[in-house]
Design a protein around this ligand. Structure first.
Ligand code: P6P
Length: 334
């Protein structure tokens, strides 16, 4: 069977009237940028790209050199094409306006250019997460407010994972497809045609070092899983925590599991660590399109009305049965 590349998949989606040509172009440009980021990441010490950039991002977190490089790659790849009205990034406080010399389009692109970047210096998988929204009608200079749309308004979302393979996982709202980068020809090739998150699982992902800070529903849920087959859940569970959301979510998409980053007592004023607009929303869209679920412990993440571009949210996502259980425990504790 001839290989189906990302380009062929997108052209066939457009031919079936499922994906407008300008959205197809957007995805192709983002995929090309992810190939360039993959190349930069893979150089490591040989490319002089490891370590800190000596600057902080809008979150006050030290930026890695590759955070800045990846952000630049995505901006430069997308600003000239005429498919975007504006961009937003974890690495930039304000929305990025398309320079005046370029035409504008109807989409808003949001991204975490290099998620899990604290893992770069120890050669653990990292990734790029992106989300696509429509720019509201009549908005010619999209500021923060134009981006503040609930996750259900996303028209596309995806991530690239830079691991042993570089892969692009993509949803256009009709399921989830996985593409593996063939470095010899530089094409993303369709290798995972119908990605599905198993409804049940025996694997959970959480940073257990924060256990003493968790709220009661999380304490209850995790202790029940740790109780194993003699406990109330009557099965043994395994635990994984890569501390790279893209890698943890990719494992869950591949073999099931539940990923949790709850609010905790370390900074109770914060609803969680992960960002709603360019981490939780795109990952929730992908997980739901693959048959899984995603809540903030109480509500469906994709129905949350954002109030600021960089707001954080608690995340419980993955196999439906476990996300529903964790969410039920939160609701019972209310
Ligand atoms: P912790 C990476 O910094 C990140 O934003 C996610 O990719 C990851 O899931 C999480 O933070 C890890 O956080 O507190 O375990 O280091």
């Amino acid at each position: 069977m001839s290989r189906i590349t990302l380009s062929r998949y997108l052209i066939e989606q457009t031919r079936n009237q499922e994906t407008p040509a300008d959205l197809r172009f957007l995805i192709e440009v983002v995929a090309r940028a992810c190939k360039a980021i993959s190349h930069a990441v893979s150089k490591g010490a040989l490319g002089g790209v490891l370590g800190n950039a000596g600057t902080d991002n809008v979150q006050g977190e030290a930026q890695k050199k590759l955070d800045v490089i990846s952000n630049e790659i995505l901006l430069e790849a997308n600003e000239w094409g005429g498919h975007l009205a504006a961009m937003a990034s974890e690495e930039m406080e304000d929305a990025y306006q398309i320079p005046g010399e370029f035409p504008k389009g109807k989409y808003l692109l949001l991204f975490d250019p290099l998620d899990g970047s604290s893992n770069i210096d120890v050669n653990v998988s990292v990734g790029t997460i992106f989300s696509v929204l429509r720019c509201p009608e009549g908005v010619t200079l999209p500021c923060e407010k134009a981006f503040l749309q609930p996750g259900v308004e996303q028209v596309a979302a995806g991530y690239a994972i830079y691991g042993p393979q570089t892969m692009l996982m993509l949803t256009l709202g009709h399921g989830v497809k996985g593409f593996t980068l063939d470095r010899e020809v530089g094409s993303f090739v369709l290798t995972h045609d119908n990605v599905h998150v198993p409804e049940t699982t025996q694997e959970f992902a959480i940073n257990a070092s924060n256990q003493r800070h968790w709220e009661e529903p999380v304490q209850r849920y995790v202790s029940e899983m740790l109780a194993g087959e003699t406990g109330p859940l009557e099965k043994n569970y395994n635990m994984r925590w890569i501390a790279s959301m893209v890698a943890d979510v990719h494992r869950i998409l591949t073999r099931g599991g539940i990923f949790m980053y709850p609010r905790d007592a370390r900074e109770p004023e914060k609803p969680g660590k992960l960002r709603l607009m360019y981490e939780a929303n795109p990952m929730s869209f992908i997980i739901e399109q693959a048959g899984g679920a995603a809540t903030n412990g109480v509500q469906r993440i994709m129905e949350l009305q954002p109030s600021s571009l960089h707001e954080r949210v608690a995340v419980f996502l993955g196999s439906k049965e476990e996300v529903e259980r964790a969410t039920r425990y939160h609701r019972e504790a209310q």
